[in-house]
Design a protein around this ligand. Structure first.
Ligand code: CP
Ligand code: NVA
Length: 306
């Protein structure tokens, strides 16, 4: 196992479960971890906007006694004023870890090729593993054991879908991605998830039929239009509206829990009635970003990833 968290699969099932267990411990007993990152500095690089990720890392690192330094694009995009390689080489001399939200996955692999400190993916075009970690922490809070559950994702097959699917496969959760034709998740990532799921006694399915979500314990959705896309929500609406999470779908599927990584577009991918309703764990899910990421940083920075 490497001391990076870029696809999320650097951690195998046992390591993921250990990480999640630490996240619960940090959430329950924060005072025991108040000095866990004392003297450590973490640079958080953002090429894209953020509310939850930026604040949950910054505030979370502070709660662990560490220091977070936020760097946006004010000094020029990564790779334009100087190369990504030079970013990695310079930052490694001062900081103890790099958290990066980037346009292209390749930026993360270049950062990790040249950084001598752990690199954490806080969203790229292909993955959002910190999100998936918090999602499964939340699912554990609701159900205890996650293996054997069925999780249905509805909407656009994207970075959030990929990470959710991969962690589901690793943790033995049955996963179905219900996406309109032409918006399915990446075929290679689906194949990878299918192989892992088979080993862990779970299944991965991709369908354009909403009926495939029947029997799901958890319904999950994300924006129909990811950051950087030129498509407007109004344009997406025609294609995606049948995949909206609304009360009727919750009742039809029998799902007890609804998740959304946010930012949410109420009355588009999810109705307000569901988002604010009794099945929604969406705000708890957002809170858990901080606890899950803190567990990750404590693990990576203390070299406890094996
Ligand atoms: N879920 C998530 O990553 O939110 P932000 O884009 O606000 O960080
Ligand atoms: N798929 C979304 C996730 C936002 C947290 C995006 O990439 O914009």
């Amino acid at each position: 196992m490497e001391n990076v968290f870029i696809t999320g699969l650097e951690f195998d099932q046992a390591a993921l479960l250990k990480l999640l267990s630490l996240a619960h411990q940090i959430k329950a007993q924060p005072q025991d971890f108040a000095q866990a990152l004392a003297g450590k500095s973490v640079v958080t690089l953002f090429e894209k906007p953020s509310l939850r990720t930026r604040l949950s890392f910054d505030i979370g690192i502070n709660k662990l006694g560490g220091h977070a330094v936020y760097l946006d694009q004010q000094n020029g995009a990564m790779g334009s004023r100087e190369s990504v390689k030079d970013f990695a080489l310079n930052i490694s001399t001062w900081a103890d870890a790099i958290v990066a939200r980037v346009n292209h996955h390749s930026t993360l692999t270049t950062l990790s090729d040249y950084a001598s400190v752990p690199v954490v993916n806080s969203l790229c075009d292909l993955y959002h593993p910190c999100q998936a970690l918090a999602d499964f922490m939340t699912i554990q809070e609701v159900y205890g054991e996650v293996s054997g559950l069925k999780l249905a994702y509805l909407g656009e097959g994207n970075n959030v879908t990929h990470s959710l699917m991969l962690l589901a496969a690793s943790l033995g959760v049955d996963f179905v991605a219900v996406c309109p034709k032409g918006h399915s998740p990446d075929a290679q990532i689906v194949k990878q998830a299918e192989q892992m799921a088979a080993v862990n006694g779970a299944s991965i399915m991709v369908s354009d039929r909403v009926e495939a979500a029947a029997g799901a314990n958890i319904l999950y959705t994300d924006t129909w239009v990811s950051m950087g896309s030129n498509v407007t929500l109004e344009q997406a609406k025609d294609v995606f509206m049948p995949y909206q999470i609304n009360q009727q779908l919750v009742e039809q599927t029998g799902a007890q829990t609804v998740l959304h990584c946010q930012p949410a577009h109420r009355e588009y991918e999810i109705t307000s009635a569901v988002m604010d309703g009794k099945n929604s764990k969406i705000i708890q899910q957002a809170e858990n970003r901080m606890h899950a990421q803190n567990a990750l940083l404590v693990t990576l920075l203390n070299n406890q990833f094996q």
